[in-house]
Ligand binder design. Structure first.
Ligand code: 13P
Length: 253
């Protein structure tokens, strides 16, 4: 399967940054064996789509209800209407600062997939949990409670393993730690969904940069990356896409 390399711009991006969206979209075309996407602030989605026609633009969150009295929120149908193809759900920053529960994340994932939006569902442990030696059981439990009931629709689901202590810190788990976690996630996906669970991509996120991407992509069951800081500029992001392409087709000259 193609690797997935998605950028999460978080709360970054003004009109002036659309030139980076364009550059990333254009340069990504050299790597057709990699699925590249940018998840931008909701207010920027429609302009990003216009700026980069055909390129996958996504959101960073979605409300679980189709419409209604939810001041400040955006539905899956609205995101699709704006041209978004995918959305992140359950990012640790939302789980922490917006107090989103596993049940919320599950409902959001189901609503997005049901509306035809592809989903990147995030899970990950805190440093305290990692140091206690309970990272795998904690993340698998979080995954179990956050997964939608089915993945058998038009839209795809991917899981992002993002250890909270690795986000924006420059710290990265060892290859063995990443491999152990991705294998546990894969096992649970297959247990839950049967053979379709094999096709769910599991991407790693947390301080992915051009300098460490190739090594991370070489770990078994790592099907791509969710990239924060290094996705804001084409010059930082495209080398990560290029690293993901190494195991796929040769780049187009
Ligand atoms: P950084 O790549 O900036 O560590 O962020 C990772 C992340 O949270 C992506 O969703």
């Amino acid at each position: 399967m193609n690797k997935l390399v998605a950028g999460n711009w978080k709360m970054h991006g003004l009109s002036a940054d659309l030139s980076e969206v364009r550059a990333i979209a254009e340069q990504s075309r050299r790597y057709p064996a990699v699925d590249v996407a940018l998840c931008v602030p909701a207010i920027l989605i429609e302009r990003a789509v216009r700026t980069a026609p055909g390129f996958a633009i996504g959101a960073q969150d979605v409300h679980q209800a189709p419409s209604g009295a939810h001041t400040g929120s955006v539905s899956a149908q609205m995101l699709r209407d704006a041209g978004a193809r995918l959305t992140i759900v359950g990012h640790s920053e939302r789980r922490e600062f917006q107090r989103e529960s596993d049940a919320d994340v599950k409902a959001k994932a189901a609503a997005a997939l049901g509306a035809g939006l592809d989903v990147i569902l995030c899970v990950g442990e805190s440093l305290k949990v990692r140091e206690s030696g309970r990272a795998v059981e904690t993340v698998v439990a979080q995954l179990d409670a956050s997964l939608p009931v089915t993945v058998e629709g038009e839209a795809w689901l991917a899981i992002a393993y993002e250890p909270i202590w690795a986000i924006g810190t420059g710290k990265v788990p060892t290859n063995a730690e990443i491999g152990e976690m991705h294998a546990a996630i894969r096992a649970r996906l297959v247990e839950r969904f049967g053979p379709p669970g094999q096709a769910v991509r599991i991407v790693y996120g947390g301080s992915v940069k051009a300098s460490n991407a190739a090594e991370i992509f070489g770990v078994a069951d790592v099907d791509g990356a969710l990239v924060g800081g290094a996705s804001l500029k084409a010059a930082d992001f495209i080398p990560i896409v290029a690293a993901a392409a190494v195991e796929g087709d040769a780049p187009i000259a």
